[in-house]
Design a protein around this ligand. Structure first.
Ligand SMILES: *[C@@H]1O[C@H](CO)[C@@H](O)[C@H](O)[C@H]1NC(C)=O
Ligand SMILES: *[C@@H]1O[C@H](CO)[C@@H](O)[C@H](O)[C@H]1NC(C)=O
Ligand SMILES: *[C@@H]1O[C@H](CO)[C@@H](O)[C@H](O)[C@H]1NC(C)=O
Ligand SMILES: CC(=O)N[C@H]1CO[C@H](CO)[C@@H](O)[C@@H]1O
Length: 591
């Protein structure tokens, strides 16, 4: 901005010199002064009076004055003392910009003598300007993968002063990652560059704060700074890392499907999308993969189906976390399933000796049972028992086997079939139990003879009966079963009135029906004593006897005859006399 104006001003001065050139008469060389810029108004520049060999009084007399066409008078003449003074502050930089020498030419006109003198005044530089950056703060972005050695141009400072007072050097605040390199251009200007010395790591340090200092060589030295804020841009250079190398969880086997078990979590030190992680099963057996589900985004592992301690008590799997750049992290998950008393004991009848003979001695083994519970620990310990009111008891055998034995004699005739309840309970809390039923048949032995309901029987048959007529039926009962209860009847042979009993009667051995084999004559035979035997079909057979008395009843087959008193021959009624005083019960007569 200032430069064109200054050139213009210098142009005017030069023009002034040319115009005045004709008046240039002084033989001696040009007068040369120098004054530092920024001197106070009225600062002494040179003694005109002395240098032009004029008495100070003559200055006024000869009308000595400064001629210059500039708008601003930089210098003034004290006519009394002959001193050339500054008329105001002079800014060298405004006047001459960056020119190494700043010369101002003025002319002194001595009107009285018609003489013109040229005076060259050099405005010397003082260090009155700071090197100046155009910005105070600089934002830079550098990707963390940038290679060491990469260069980044930095802003340059400008110092209006010249020579040593102008910009001499740049410095960078100490830093581990960056260094400063200053290149010198063809015209001597300095170009500061930032050089990456050591690779950046956003995850370690996401930003760096640097200060660039530009200094001049003046005395005192002036400097200015620019603050450089380097933001390190992320690249996906970090793999996800799980918080734990192994996750462990215990879960009761009865949790419903969908129960959350645990959440694995991997962190990725990268930021934004580079730090996003997806979870997947990495190693899981085919058998267990349908059992668990993993939320891809949250890392939450839950059950997909119900777990069964008895099937598998321990699961091991590996989980992988993957970020967008396919960088991986892995962890292990161990799931222990804890037993819950969820299985009823089972009772298996390994062998059953049924039917059992009713005369088996106490202590005979009826059955072998095996009890089993799929749970473990107390939940899997089983106790077995049977009702106490039955003639059976359980005895523990080896392993999980029980013997069912009799503890007293059985009686088929009382109970022929038992429904034995075997109750198995485990020791879990709450306990689970299961019942099983054993049907035991008691086999008959011939321990009961057929018995007759009565000790003896009497039967009656009218005389003159038809041959083959049934007289009577005896019936014996045998509580045994089958052959042992099959009763056959017989009559013990005897001799009655010279004839065998079997010629009089016979008995149907199956039905017990007694038949007459002859026609009885009361007048001939009045009664028969029989011994009927009932035998069962057992081996050996059992029998019992009963006596049967058979009476023959008289029929009216003979006309009665009155023997006394003899009837009168005339057919009249016989008379019996009785005294009047006869008491009741007095015997009147006998017929
Ligand atoms: C009870 O035991 C039997 C075998 O003795 C078995 O078949 C059954 O499944 C068991 N009941 C339960 C509910 O477990
Ligand atoms: C045995 O008894 C149980 C219950 O008392 C019953 O459920 C079962 O049906 C019975 N078994 C037989 C064979 O009678
Ligand atoms: C039945 O009577 C027959 C013949 O008198 C005899 O041999 C047998 O021992 C008797 N039986 C019984 C059980 O009294
Ligand atoms: C201002 C100043 O120093 N003026 C002096 C210039 O020189 C003459 C003698 O040549 C002195 O008399 C002035 O005092």
């Amino acid at each position: 901005m200032a430069a064109p104006k200054n050139y213009q001003r210098r142009g005017e001065l030069v023009l002034l010199c040319v115009l005045m050139g004709t008046l240039w008469e002084i033989g001696r060389g040009q007068i040369h002064y120098s004054v530092p810029e920024e001197s106070d108004k009225g600062s002494f520049v040179g003694n005109i009076s002395k240098d032009l060999n004029l008495e100070s009084q003559e200055l006024v007399k000869h009308g000595v004055r400064i001629v210059s066409r500039g708008r601003t008078q930089l210098f003034a003449l004290n006519r009394k003392t002959g001193g050339l003074l500054t008329a105001g502050r002079i800014d060298r930089e405004e006047l001459c910009a960056q020119s190494m020498q700043c010369l101002v030419n003025i002319n002194i006109l001595i009107e009285g003598r018609g003489k013109l003198f040229g005076i060259e005044i050099e405005i010397t530089d003082i260090n009155d300007n700071n090197p100046k950056f155009q910005v105070e703060n600089l934002e830079m972005k550098i990707n963390e993968i940038a290679a060491p050695g990469t260069r980044y141009p930095l802003p340059e400072a400008v110092d209006l002063d010249v020579g040593m007072n102008s910009l001499q050097s740049y410095q960078l605040s100490p830093n581990h990652h960056f260094s400063l390199d200053v290149q010198t251009g063809g015209d001597g200007t300095l170009h500061p560059e930032l050089v990456l010395e050591k690779a950046l790591d956003r995850e370690e340090e996401a930003a760096h704060h640097l200060v660039l200092i530009a200094s001049d060589g003046g005395d005192p030295r002036r400097s200015s700074t620019v603050h450089i804020h380097v933001t390190v841009l992320d690249t996906n250079d970090n793999a996800p890392v799980f918080a734990l190398p192994i996750y462990q969880v215990k879960v009761p086997e009865n949790v419903p499907p969908g129960t959350r078990l645990l959440t694995v979590s991997a962190s990725d030190r990268d930021e934004g999308a580079n730090g996003e992680v997806a979870y997947r099963f990495w190693k899981i057996s085919e058998k267990q993969s349908p059992l668990f589900q993993l939320n891809e985004n949250t890392g939450e592992i839950s059950t997909a189906e119900s777990l069964d301690y008895e099937e598998c008590a321990f699961y091991e799997m590996e989980i992988q976390a993957e970020d967008v750049g396919a960088l991986l992290g892995r962890t292990k998950v161990l799931i222990s399933v804890e037993d819950v008393n969820d299985n009823r004991p089972e009772v298996i009848i390994t062998s059953l000796f049924s039917p059992v003979l009713e005369n088996t001695p106490p202590g005979t083994v009826i059955a072998f049972l095996n009890v089993h519970d799929r749970d473990s620990g107390k939940n899997g310990q089983v106790v077995c028992n049977t009702p106490h009111n039955l003639p059976f008891q359980l005895e523990k055998s080896i392993d999980n086997y029980y013997r069912l034995v009799t503890w007293k004699y059985l009686d088929r005739e009382k109970i022929s079939v038992y429904n034995i309840t075997v109750m198995a309970s485990d020791l879990g809390a709450p306990s689970l139990s299961n019942e099983t039923y054993i049907t035991l048949y008691v086999a008959d032995i011939n321990d009961n003879p057929p018995t007759f309901p009565q000790v003896s029987y009497s039967a009656y048959i009218p005389e003159n009966n038809a041959r083959g007529a049934s007289i009577f039926t005896v019936m014996a009962h045998d509580p045994d079963s089958g052959k042992n209860a099959q009763v056959t009847y017989s009559v013990t042979e005897d001799i009655i009135m010279g004839s065998p009993l079997s010629s009089y009667v016979s008995i149907n051995s199956d039905t017990g029906v007694l038949y007459a084999l002859c026609s009885f004559d009361y007048e001939h035979i009045r009664d028969l004593q029989l011994l009927v035997t009932a035998s069962d079909g057992g081996d050996p057979p059992l029998s019992s006897n009963v006596s049967l008395s058979l009476f023959v009843l008289d029929q009216n087959d003979n006309a009665p005859e009155i023997l006394y008193p003899a009837l009168p021959a005339d057919g009249s009624t016989g008379v019996e006399l009785a005294p009047r005083s006869a008491e009741p019960g007095y015997l009147v007569t006998k017929v």
